[in-house]
Design a protein around this ligand. Structure first.
Ligand code: ZN
Length: 406
């Protein structure tokens, strides 16, 4: 059986940009290795979640791995918490958050507390709090980011955010989004947690030192994306494949972890445009000696597009392409390269446009397409597919699809 290398270049697809001669950053980029892979296999266009649906990265990845988000998605919080290595069990509710700065009226001065870094001390100060017999864990993420897990029974993740996503207005109170006592109880705990954590953070020596040095204090946690731990069948149960995950950013490690993949550390993987993609690819090839399926996530293109930096995105795609050189002569692998969604560098948002997907391997039907791009993909043999089709196609190509009928 061929092993599968599954590469997701986050937000790599884009729309034509007049300054690039009406090409997309992917079309404008010099990508000889991606083009060679296209020649070794087939290409198509994929609506990752559904036609006309503009996906977040979390929902998009569930769909790419064949987990229908309508059934399995409960919110981003659990994935972020799992990505930070937090313990999260059935019945727990997790949220993602920012360390931020508020004034004494709880008006937000800065949603990122002056882009604070290294918030471990503050997260520890809030960790292991009890409110109404619910134990609350807090862990710090990269930069100003953090995650919160409520452990215990009688909780419901269907509650609103306390983060208004804007500066200069008051933080919001969480309220239940469904009419039940559990959601009401969970929102109340979050509101009490916010008040308690403000008291702890605003008097913490770490923040006093920040203020003395002329920096904004990180005196509040803004929370969003609440959700219960989803009940996900593992990748192994679903496909019979031993899977590994290589990613820099927390969300993608969290998705891998909750799908039962082994998360492999690559120290130079940052989840940002400065990430060492060659190191990730080298690790992926080593890991594939013992695993059947390796998911590699590459974040940079999405970050650059959301900043409107289409030239940076084009360059970053060329950096990805260079890192793919060792794959060209690997006859023992089924190689998949795609994006989780389109990110428009002009609109600076995810869009619903379909993304190119290539599948390269031995003894596959090839097509006449020789370029990896949004327009060329429309002429490929894979045609137009939905994200949920991708894993069944891969499983069939490696000869492991179950027979329907007799
Ligand atoms: Zn994404």
């Amino acid at each position: 059986m061929d092993k599968v290398l599954f590469i997701v270049c986050d937000g790599m697809a884009d729309r034509p940009i007049s300054q690039l001669g009406a090409k997309t950053p992917l079309e404008a980029a010099n990508t000889p290795n991606l083009d060679k892979l296209v020649k070794k296999g087939l290409i198509g266009l994929m609506h990752v979640v559904g036609i006309g649906i503009r996906p977040g990265s979390d929902v998009a990845h569930l769909s790419l791995f064949g987990y229908d988000p309508k059934i399995y998605y409960t919110g981003r919080g659990p994935f972020e918490a799992a990505g930070l290595g937090m313990k999260i069990s059935a019945g727990d509710v997790a949220l993602r958050g920012n360390f931020a700065t508020v004034n004494t009226d709880f008006k937000i001065i800065d949603r990122r507390a002056g882009r604070i870094d290294h918030t471990d001390t503050l997260a520890q100060a809030l960790n292991n709090m009890f409110i109404n017999n619910i134990n609350i864990s807090v862990a710090s993420g990269t930069g100003h980011r953090a995650a919160v897990v409520l452990h215990g029974g009688n909780l419901d993740g269907r509650i609103s955010d306390t983060d208004p996503h804007k500066n200069n207005i008051k933080i919001l109170k969480s309220y239940p989004l469904v009419k039940n006592d559990y959601a009401k109880h969970t929102a109340q705990i979050i509101n009490q947690f916010i008040i308690k954590s403000y008291k702890i953070l605003s008097t913490h020596r770490f923040n006093k030192k920040r203020v003395a040095e002329g920096n904004l204090p990180a005196n509040i946690l803004l929370l969003r994306g609440a959700g219960k731990l989803p009940k996900l069948p593992s990748f192994k149960e679903k496909y019979g494949l031993r899977a590994a995950c290589i990613a820099g950013a927390g969300l993608y490690k969290g998705i891998g972890r909750l799908l039962g993949m082994d998360v492999i550390k690559v120290p130079q993987a940052t989840g940002k445009p400065d990430s060492n993609i060659k190191a990730k690819m080298k690790t992926a090839l080593e890991v594939l000696r013992t695993y059947d399926f390796t998911f590699v996530h590459i974040k940079g293109a999405d970050v650059l597009a959301e900043d409107g930096n289409y030239l940076g995105k084009k360059k970053f795609i060329e950096k990805i392409d260079l890192a793919l050189a060792p794959l060209i002569n690997r006859e023992d692998l089924l190689i998949v390269v795609t994006a989780d969604h389109t990110t428009s560098s002009i609109l600076k948002i995810h869009t619903a446009d379909p993304v190119p997907v290539l599948i390269a391997g031995k003894n596959l039907h090839t097509d006449n397409v020789s370029i990896f791009g949004e327009r060329s993909a429309a002429g490929g043999k894979l045609g137009h597919i939905i994200g949920g089709h991708l894993m069944p196609i891969i499983i069939d190509f490696i000869g492991r699809a179950p027979l329907t009928g007799a």
